[in-house]
Design a protein. Structure first.
Length: 599
C-alpha cells in the first residue's frame, strides 16, 4: 500500500479550506510551545474535530481508517511490537497474515516512526490510521502483563528448584530491581493497574498458583504452574509489610505503599493459612480516589442535594450502609472533602486509614494493643473536634459513644452493614442501642450498592429475557414493557470483551424526621418502614438500579442483582415467591398487567 510520504498537514488543511491562516499560525505556535502532535493541537483548540481530521488524513494519505473499538485485534500479533515502542510511535500491530502485518498508526506520515517499525518488525507492513485518543484507551487493554507474569514465575520457580528459599538473601536483595520475585511482583502490580483492578488474590493450590484480579467486582483468573512460587511471593510481601515471615500458622495483615506508572497506591494486605500454604489478598487503594467530590459520586441530582444538606449540618449522626466493597468509604471521604475547611476540626478513627486527607487528623485503630474504635472515640471527644468519622459501628459501646457525641454538638459519620436504609434502625436496636438514643441522634441513612457500567463503546439495544420482563413488571407496574429499551455491551477491545467498563453507585437515602424518630424511639419497626416508604423523597435501592438500567447506564441483570432479596416493590406488599430460575415470580395481578401490555 502506497503512502504519500511528504505531507505538511497544516498546508493541506489550509488548501482544502478546513482551517484559516490565523488558525494555522495559532496551532503552529501552540505546537512549538507544547511539543504535541499538530493534529492533536488542532483538535484540542477546537479548530477541527478528530473525526473530520481522521477522514481527511485517510483520504490524503491513501490508507484505510480502522475503528479500534470494532476491529478484531490479534493479541499474538500485538506482542511483536514491544509496548515502549508502541507508545513512542503511537502504533499497534493489529493483524498478521500471509501478506505481512497490518499496522495501525495515529500518524502514518511520521517517516521516522515508519522506518523504525520496518526495521524492528522485519516483515511487509500495510498501514492503517486510527485516532490517537482511541489508541490511548486501547493500549492498556491489549498490552496486559499476563505472559510476562507467567515467564517471571517460571524464573522464580527455576531459582527455587536450585534449593530452599534463602530468606537472608531475600532481605539483602530487597532494594535490587533484578530479583526475580521483585520483578514478578512489579509486573503483577502493573497488570493490576492496567486492568483497573481493586484487589489482587494470590491463592496457592495443590500443584499450581492462581493469581486473580477483581475488576469491576468480578474476578479474572490466571493460573501459574508451580506452588512454590506462592511461598516466595508471600515471603517478599511480608517483608515489605514488616510482618513475621516465620509465622505461617496465623493470619496477619499489614500495608505498604507502591508507585506504579505514576500512580501512588497504598496496598492493604491480609494473609490466611490454607491447606496448601498462605493465601494473600491485597486491596489496592489509589490515593487519587480519596479526593472525590460529591458531584463525582454519581448521585441523582435530588439525592445529591439532600445529601449535601445532610452533611452540612452542625450535629447529628449520618450512617452509610452496605456490604463490603460497596463504596461506603469513598462516599464518606467525598463528604469530608466537601466540608473540610480551615475553620473545622475533623478527626477520623479508621481500620485501616484508606486514603490520606489534608487537614484531617486520621487515627489508625489497632485492636491488638487495645486501641479499638470505642477507646479512640472516647479520646477523640477530648480533642475538641467538630466532625468525627468512625470507620465502622461494630459494637454497642461504639454505637452509644457515637450517638452521644452526635447529641452533644458533633457531626458524626460512620458505616454499618445492613441490607438497606430501612434495616438500619433494626440493626442499631439489635446491637443494643436504646430507642431514645437512635431517635435523638440519627439524622440520616444512605444505603448503597455498586453496579457495573455498560461499556459506552460497545453498548447496543438488546431484547429482554422473559424472566427479566416478569421481574421488571413486578417491580415497576407503571412501565410500558413494549416501549422499554434495554441496553448491554457486546464486548469490545476497551472492555476486554466483558461488555462492562467501570462501576457506578446506586443510592437509597432516608432522612429521619420527627415522625420516623418517634417510630424508632418506640421500636416500632413495621410502622417505621411503612412511614418511610410513604415519603415522596424515598427511593429504594432496587428502584434506583432500575432507573439506571432504563437510562442505559447498566444492564437489567445488574439491577436484578441489586434487587435480589429486597422487598422494595412499589406497592407495600411482600415480595413474590422466587421462581425456579431465581427470578421473582409474578403475582396474579402482575401476570395480568404483563399480558395486557404485551397484547
Amino acid at each position: 500500500m502506497s503512502v504519500k510520504r511528504k505531507i505538511r498537514l497544516g498546508e493541506l488543511l489550509l488548501q482544502e479550506g478546513v482551517i484559516g491562516e490565523q488558525q494555522l499560525e495559532q496551532a503552529l505556535a501552540e505546537q512549538r510551545r507544547s511539543g504535541r502532535k499538530f493534529g492533536r493541537v488542532l483538535a484540542d483548540l477546537g479548530f477541527v474535530s478528530e473525526g473530520s481530521l481522521l477522514e481527511f488524513l485517510s483520504r490524503h494519505l491513501g490508507v484505510p481508517f480502522v475503528d479500534l473499538k470494532k476491529v478484531r485485534i490479534d493479541r499474538d500479533a500485538v506482542k511483536l511490537l514491544p509496548e515502549p515502542l508502541a507508545r513512542r510511535y503511537r502504533a499497534l500491530v493489529l493483524q498478521r497474515d500471509a501478506r505481512g502485518l497490518l499496522v495501525g498508526m495515529a500518524d502514518p506520515s511520521d517517516l521516522h516512526a515508519y522506518d523504525e517499525l520496518q526495521t524492528r518488525l522485519k516483515q511487509p507492513l500495510r498501514l492503517a490510521l486510527f485516532g490517537e485518543s482511541d489508541f490511548l484507551k486501547t493500549i492498556d487493554t491489549v498490552y496486559r502483563q499476563t505472559d510476562e507474569i507467567a515467564s517471571l514465575a517460571e524464573a522464580v520457580r527455576d531459582d527455587l528448584n536450585a534449593g530452599d528459599v534463602d530468606l537472608e538473601q531475600m532481605q539483602a536483595d530487597e532494594g535490587s530491581p533484578d530479583a526475580p520475585v521483585l520483578k514478578l511482583l512489579q509486573t503483577m502490580f502493573q497488570d493490576a493497574v492496567q486492568a483497573r483492578a481493586s484487589d489482587i488474590h494470590i491463592e496457592p493450590g495443590e500443584d499450581k498458583l492462581r493469581v486473580r484480579l477483581r475488576v469491576d467486582g468480578v474476578l479474572q483468573e490466571q493460573i501459574i504452574e508451580g506452588r512454590r512460587v506462592a511461598s516466595a511471593l508471600v515471603t517478599r510481601l511480608k517483608l515489605m509489610c514488616g510482618l513475621d515471615i516465620a509465622e505461617k500458622r496465623l493470619p496477619q495483615d499489614g500495608r505498604f505503599s507502591v508507585r506504579v506508572r505514576e500512580h501512588a497506591m497504598d496496598v492493604r494486605l491480609a494473609t490466611l493459612p490454607t491447606a496448601f500454604g498462605e493465601s494473600v489478598v491485597m486491596r489496592l487503594l489509589n490515593q487519587d480516589a480519596g479526593h472525590l467530590s460529591l458531584e463525582a459520586l454519581g448521585m441523582a441530582p435530588q439525592t445529591e442535594e439532600r445529601f449535601r444538606r445532610l452533611v452540612e449540618r452542625s450535629a447529628g449522626l449520618v450512617l452509610v450502609t452496605g456490604p463490603t466493597g460497596s463504596g461506603k468509604t469513598t462516599t464518606l471521604y467525598a463528604a469530608l472533602n466537601h466540608i473540610n475547611r480551615p475553620g473545622v476540626k475533623i478527626i477520623t478513627a479508621e481500620d485501616p486509614v484508606e486514603y490520606r486527607l489534608d487537614r484531617v487528623t486520621q487515627v489508625q485503630v489497632n485492636p491488638k494493643i487495645g486501641l479499638d474504635f470505642a477507646r479512640v472515640l472516647r479520646t477523640v471527644l477530648r480533642q475538641d473536634p467538630d466532625i468525627i468519622l468512625v470507620g465502622e459501628m461494630r459494637d454497642r459501646e461504639t454505637v452509644e459513644i457515637g450517638m452521644r457525641a452526635a447529641m452533644t454538638g458533633h457531626l458524626v459519620f460512620s458505616t454499618l452493614h445492613t441490607i438497606n436504609a430501612l434495616a438500619t434502625v433494626h440493626r442499631l436496636l439489635d446491637m443494643g442501642a436504646p430507642g431514645y438514643l437512635i431517635a435523638s441522634a440519627l439524622h440520616g441513612v444512605v444505603a448503597q450498592r455498586l453496579v457495573r457500567r455498560i461499556c459506552p463503546d460497545c453498548a447496543q439495544p438488546i431484547p429482554a429475557e422473559p424472566h427479566q420482563l416478569a421481574w421488571l413488571a413486578s417491580c415497576r407496574p407503571d412501565i410500558e414493557i413494549d416501549r422499554t429499551v434495554l441496553r448491554a455491551g457486546a464486548g469490545c477491545t476497551y472492555c476486554n470483551l466483558t461488555g462492562y467498563r467501570g462501576r457506578v453507585a446506586v443510592y437509597e437515602m432516608l432522612e429521619i424526621d420527627r415522625p420516623l424518630a418517634e417510630y424508632a424511639r418506640r421500636g416500632d419497626l413495621a410502622g417505621f418502614a411503612q412511614a418511610a416508604r410513604a415519603r415522596d423523597s424515598y427511593r429504594p435501592l432496587a428502584q434506583g438500579a432500575i432507573d439506571l438500567a432504563l437510562a442505559g447506564v447498566t444492564t437489567l441483570a445488574e439491577a436484578m442483582a441489586v434487587g435480589s432479596g429486597l422487598e422494595e416493590f412499589i406497592d407495600d406488599q411482600p415480595a413474590p415467591a422466587a421462581a425456579e430460575d431465581g427470578a421473582p415470580a409474578l403475582t396474579e395481578q402482575g401476570v395480568e398487567r404483563l399480558l395486557a401490555q404485551r397484547a
